[in-house]
Design a protein around this ligand. Structure first.
Ligand code: CMC
Length: 423
């Protein structure tokens, strides 16, 4: 069978055969036959915007792999910093490469005093930490002027290390400010996640020692959130990066995309929903109201997964380990009941709506003591490595500036009417 399609322009009878290559057909070929006729594809439902070798996702089969490695194996055997290296460099590091990587990240965790004192502390007392993070990441570009030199590999790598290293520091600083607690400096004797937890929770003790189970759980959650191919925030990173903006500005755009409730805000919405349901007896009525079109089941459904999100399976296991330390999150039983009812209901089955990564991640974060406002921030920290991997890939592919076309549906040409003659 020929792996191609044939398109016919019925206005002229002209036709063109376009090969199907790795599951795609080239729009440039289409343009040869039909210049000026655009694909109408809002929200990119059927558009592959790039070639990418970073993450493989099969939503029908529920498969997720970073650089070929199944997410289940990475979550079991790797660490977030190793996964970040893998995403960015394409291969797992040797012991020597990993030591260097860990050292570089660890020694770039500090932020300039002005970022904290003048910038972060200038926010209103009740500022949302994600809003603070979006702005602080953008502000970093004014501190590292060499960041504009994006084709200088040495400078590029320096910004990558700075961004991955400083995200937890900025995130914790935003939290401490929003609860009126003093800023905690990074403790470079600690690992990435343990250091973040120390900056979050340290009070007066000389050294904050997070529970190893909680450190490992956070590391797993960070691995699961590190990349997810062309999602909304990664697309924002690639689109803004395609204008050759510096990586801090592009990363701030990606953070902004993640801020929305349909993306990074979904796990917060799950907790609000479970709290609103209140008890197991109310679950059937709630599911019924969703089916009647009153809101959505938060943490269910996904643009790409039409099967159980593989990350949700791993998270469910991690949740048990965390609850053994923190005590069970009282909302867990409601969540389990909701899942049970929804997975047996024709409405959800026929639409292939399964729990996604956010259905359980919020329960874990809440049990660990994170306030709801921190949830999108907790997503942004690990996703930074994925965003940067895509940014590097996009630059190396010498991509053109992202510039979609439109189908114009506005007014025809008309003449300007002076204000005193307008009705
Ligand atoms: N609850 C109830 N019905 C739903 C849900 C839901 N969570 N999600 C989709 N549907 C229905 C929707 O009403 C529609 O039904 P119909 O065909 O009768 O009109 C059908 O399923 C298809 O929905 P859609 O809106 O066309 O699907 P989409 O691919 O545009 O939306 C989504 C994907 C994730 C935005 C959506 O499923 C949703 O809003 N889920 C809840 C929010 C959520 O959990 N988001 C986190 C996503 S995972 C984290 C990440 O990667 O960012």
């Amino acid at each position: 069978m020929t792996e191609s399609i044939t398109i016919i322009d019925n206005r002229t009878g002209n036709q063109l055969e376009i090969p199907i290559v790795r599951g795609g057909v080239s729009a440039a070929e289409w343009q040869k036959l039909l210049p000026g006729i655009w694909f109408f594809d809002p929200a990119f439902m059927a558009t592959a915007a790039c070639d990418s070798a970073i993450t493989y996702l099969d939503g029908e089969a529920g498969i997720l792999r970073y650089r070929g490695y199944p997410i289940e194996e990475l979550a079991e055997r790797s660490t977030y910093l190793e996964v970040a290296y893998l995403l960015l460099h394409g291969e797992l590091p040797t012991a020597e490469q990993f030591e260097q990587w860990k050292h570089d990240i660890t020694y770039h965790t500090f932020i300039h005093e002005n970022v904290r004192k003048r910038f972060l502390e200038g926010f209103h007392y009740d500022a949302h930490p994600m809003g603070m993070l979006v702005s602080a990441v953008a502000a970093l570009s004014t501190f590292y002027l060499d960041a504009k030199d994006i084709f200088n590999l040495e400078s590029r790598n320096k910004q990558i290390i700075r961004l991955i290293a400083k995200m937890p520091t900025l995130a914790a600083a935003a939290h401490r400010f929003s609860v009126g607690m003093p800023f905690v400096y990074p403790d470079n004797s600690l690992d990435y996640c343990a250091n973040f937890l120390s900056m979050m929770w340290k009070v007066a003790e000389p050294r904050y020692e997070a529970h190893p189970t909680l450190v490992r759980a956070l590391d797993i959650l960070f691995m699961l959130h590190a990349d997810h191919e062309q999602n909304c925030s990664t697309t924002a990173m690639r689109v803004v990066g395609s204008s050759h903006a510096d990586p801090y500005s592009a990363c701030a755009a990606a953070c902004a995309a993640l801020y929305g409730p349909r993306h990074g805000g979904a796990n917060e919405a799950v907790i609000r929903m479970l709290t609103q349901i209140g008890s197991m007896e109310n679950v059937p009525a709630f599911v019924e109201s969703v089916k009647q079109g009153h809101g959505r089941l938060q943490g269910f459904g996904h643009r790409v997964y039409k099967n159980y999100d593989p990350r949700a399976k791993i998270i469910k296991r991690t949740a048990d380990e965390v609850f053994a330390v923190t005590g069970k999150n009282p909302l867990l039983d409601i969540a389990l009941k909701l899942e049970e009812i929804a997975l047996a209901d024709e409405y959800f089955v026929s639409r292939k709506l399964y729990p996604n990564v956010d259905f359980y991640s919020g329960l874990i974060y809440q049990a660990m003591g994170f306030p709801l406002e921190m949830f999108p921030v907790l997503f942004a920290i690990p996703r930074t490595s994925g965003w940067l991997a895509h940014w590097v890939e996009m630059l190396d592919q010498d991509s053109k500036i992202a510039r979609p076309r439109q189908i114009y549906s506005g007014a025809e040409k008309r003449d300007y009417v002076p204000m005193d003659q307008r009705s």
